[in-house]
Design a protein around this ligand. Sequence first.
Ligand SMILES: [Zn+2]
Length: 281
Amino acid sequence: MSDAFWIREAAGDAIPLLLDSPHSGDVPAPFVRPVAPANVLRTTHDAFVDELYASAPRHGATLIAATFPRWMIDANRGRDDIDLDLIEGAWPHPVNPTAKTRSGMGLLRRLALPGVPMYARRFTIPEVETLLRDYYDPYHAAVRAALDRLHTRFGAVWHIDCHSMRSRGNAMNDDDGKERPDFVVSDRDGTTAGGGFTEHVASVLREQGYSVGINDPYKGAELVRAYGRPAERRHSIQIEINRRLYMDEDEVIRHDGFASLEHDLDRLLGDVVAFIQPQIA
Ligand SMILES: [Zn+2]
């Protein structure tokens, strides 16, 4: 099995619910040597998100997390959302750079933070091909296989793509300088999930006392786009947790809020299971 991810299966009775955390890893390939300072690189990843949802298998859900850093290759971007300025020579594969690449955080990252370059040299073509083959592709294959397996068994599947966000946007984001809500739940404007899944999750979080945005300032990215097909009863949402709820954002260390947030997410998962159960009976 690839070491680009780990997977924890349901403990006990399985439910067709998959959680994936594509940005909580931090072990780069040996040939990738950024020049951005280590303390800046640390702030680009969704620290502790895999731990916040660690109870998922006890609810019957499957949990997958990437082990590689998103600053090296970002599993939540299109495979072709690529910045040609980062590659030496003529890239022989499809290219479709989006606004994410233009802001410096596409599939390959150009800027660690606004004004802070990631690298002092370009990647070679074989290096980028290695990143796709050994990291990006195995991660997507694992998510796809788990979703397909659950969908085959239950006739429907629910997917939560798990992230964390800075408490304020910066110049690389669409909401530069703005204070963010506690959570953002996204389904690409209703196209990747249906049946009230998005609204259910948002309302459970609001009942817990959190402020919740829906599709604003995040609409959801590649992992929900690639796998959410509500017409086939495949429902994918993205959840962004505000980092101020559980960690010191600059130091990237947990603070006292971690335990209560972990507890609330555990209750959220219980509610999601109760939402799913009657639909698969
Ligand atoms: Zn993320």
